[in-house]
Design a protein around this ligand. Sequence first.
Ligand code: AMP
Ligand code: MN
Length: 330
Amino acid sequence: MNPAERIAEALQSRRNVLLLNHVSPDGDCLGSTLALAHALWGRGQRATVGSSDGVPVMYRFLPGSDRVAGEIPAGETFDAVVFMECSSPDRAGALAARAAGVPLWVNIDHHLSNTGFGHLVLLDVNAGAVAEVAYPVVRTLHPSIDRDIATCLLTALLTDTGSFHYASVTPQSFLLAADLIRAGASPTAVYAEVYENRSAASLRLLGAALSGLAFAEGGRVAWTTVTQAMLRETGATMEESEGIVGTLRSIRGVQAALLFKEEAEGIRVSLRAQGGIRANVIAETFGGGGHAAAAGFTVRASLDEAVRRALGAVRQELAAAAHAHPGDAT
Ligand code: AMP
Ligand code: MN
């Protein structure tokens, strides 16, 4: 029995399964937890999808998203918990506390920074999306992949692979997409829901962020900020800042792009990298994590101080990369 089958076997006899998303959930995480929930629901099992930060508006088209719980009644008990895309349990946010005392912890992820916690671990750091990791579990539990499951998984795959163009994309990503489209998922509909359904306010926010665009390290680093004042002025929400950092990385010559987001708990930094720069290594120095190409962390300091410290860490990683691959230095 392979690890995915072992997880499916362990889940199929449970009375009530808790499926946890990470904080600031993205399409990959939500799509994968919902696909697993549909598989359990389809078998007649009880399962609750928990998301400490709720469901961003752009993902509310996902079948089952109306059943995602931001809070769980105190009396409800679970006999298994699945942490989806959580490199450590605390990534699940406030709802992580509900895993205490649950007898089975399952950890499904594709992040390099995953600590390997839990009783059953399914980790593939080479997967383009956690959907690819979760799919064999879903399929073993519920062999007939219906349109709802397929739509959830295709959304996960599409969003986490940058619509199939990131370096993390493998033949496996396309094979999964083929299965999902055959099962009834529509790439046209999913793309339109996620990327062509934007509010005017989110574009005003993009404009404001781009007008504050700054460069460092001779143009190899691009950064900007989204402050609470900018949200008030544009009418956008912080979740609508998703995508801005990718726009910065698309600038010619940029190896590292940073977006500094002013949030209640501190400055949340979204980091994107390429050309031998390891975003996860930078993020880990601040207690965050992620992948080589995309990572995040929080700095509990003023915006100016967070920018200063983060740019310092990026400078060190640029130097380390130049040292490791002298030929790449420009
Ligand atoms: P974001 O910039 O929030 O879109 O995150 C980029 C990637 O890094 C995603 O794969 C996140 O799951 C991951 N990530 C962000 N923040 C953290 C953190 N504090 N710890 C571990 N992984 C993170
Ligand atoms: Mn992912």
